[in-house]
Design a protein around this ligand. Sequence first.
Ligand SMILES: C[S@@+](CC[C@H](N)C(=O)[O-])C[C@H]1O[C@@H](n2cnc3c(N)ncnc32)[C@H](O)[C@@H]1O
Length: 313
Amino acid sequence: MKRKLIPLLICPACLPKEQPLELDSSRVRDGDIISGELSCRKCRKRFPIRDGIAVLTPEPESGTSAGQWKYEESGTVDRYLWSHYADLMNAPDAGDAYAAWASLLAPHSDISLDAGCAVGRLAFEMSLRSELAIGCDLSPLFIRTARRLARERSISFSLPLEGNLRESFRFELPAAWRSDTVEFIVADAQALPFAAGTFQQISSLNLVDRVRYPLAHLFDINRVARSSGAFFLFSDPFSWSTANTAEELWLGGMPGGPNAGRGIDNIRALLTGKQKIIAPAWLITRQGSVNWRLRSHSNHYEMIRSEFLAAER
Ligand SMILES: C[S@@+](CC[C@H](N)C(=O)[O-])C[C@H]1O[C@@H](n2cnc3c(N)ncnc32)[C@H](O)[C@@H]1O
C-alpha cells in the first residue's frame, strides 16, 4: 500500500466515530508498504498489511462474509478479468461497458474511490483522471489480482472455450494508465476506512444489490464524498437476492412497504434528498443503462443491464 494513503485512513471498526489509524511497524520499498500493521489508538484493533495489501475491514481477521465466497474462486477472477479487460484484447464479444462508464466520470478530480472494484478496471480509468484513485473490495483475491496488474502491467489467464478445452488470454495495461496513482485495498463498502469528505469522485458499480445493508452502503458512500464539488457514479442491475440481502433491506423490487417499486427510482429519490436520509442532496446529471458481459465459454455470455445515475453536488 502506498504510504500516501495513511493520512486518509480511519478505523472502520469505530465508525460512526472517525479515529485515525497509525502505522506501527512496516517494511517499505519505494514508498510502498510491503508489510506492517495499522492500529487504532481508541479501540486498539489492528489492521494488517501483507504482501502490500491492507485489510481494513471492521473485523480484519474474520475472512470473507457470507454470500461473498463465490468471489474467492480463481474461475471467478478469470471471468471478471475478461469482463473488465476484454476490449483491451480486442475480443470479438467484448462490448464497451467500462468505456461507457468511464465516459461518465468527471474529467478531473484529486482523489477518487471505486467501491467494490473487483479486478480494478474502473479504478484504472479513474487513475487517468485523478491525482490518486483507490479501488476497494471485500475480496482479497480480487484486490491481489488488481494490485498485481498495477505492478506487473500485464496478466495471463484462461477461460473455458468449450467443455474441457481452455482459451488463453493475455493483456497489457495501456501505457497511459498509471500505476503510481492507483491503489487497491480490502475494505467493506458499508464501513469505508476513510474520513468524511475525502473523495471528490466516487463510484459504486453493480454493488448495491450485493451488500448486506444497501442503505448503509449508500450512506457511507455519501459520508466519504465531499459535500460540494463532488461526483458520484452509481450503477446497478438490481438483481436483488436473499443470498446477499434480507428482503426487508432491499431498496426496490417490492410490491409494497417502504421500498416499494423500482430500485432506480428509489435510489434517485434517496440521492436527491427526498427522504432526507442522504444529505447534502445530489443533482442527477445523467441517467441511462450500460450492458456488461460475463463470459462462461466461447458461445455463452451473461448480459447484465446496469442502470446508472451520474450525480454531482
Ligand atoms: C457484481 S461485482 C461488481 C464488480 C465491479 N464493480 C464491476 O462492476 O465490475 C460485486 C463486487 O462487489 C464486491 N463486494 C461485495 N460486497 C462488498 C462489500 N460489502 N464491500 C466491498 N466490496 C464488496 C465483490 O467482491 C465484487 O467484486
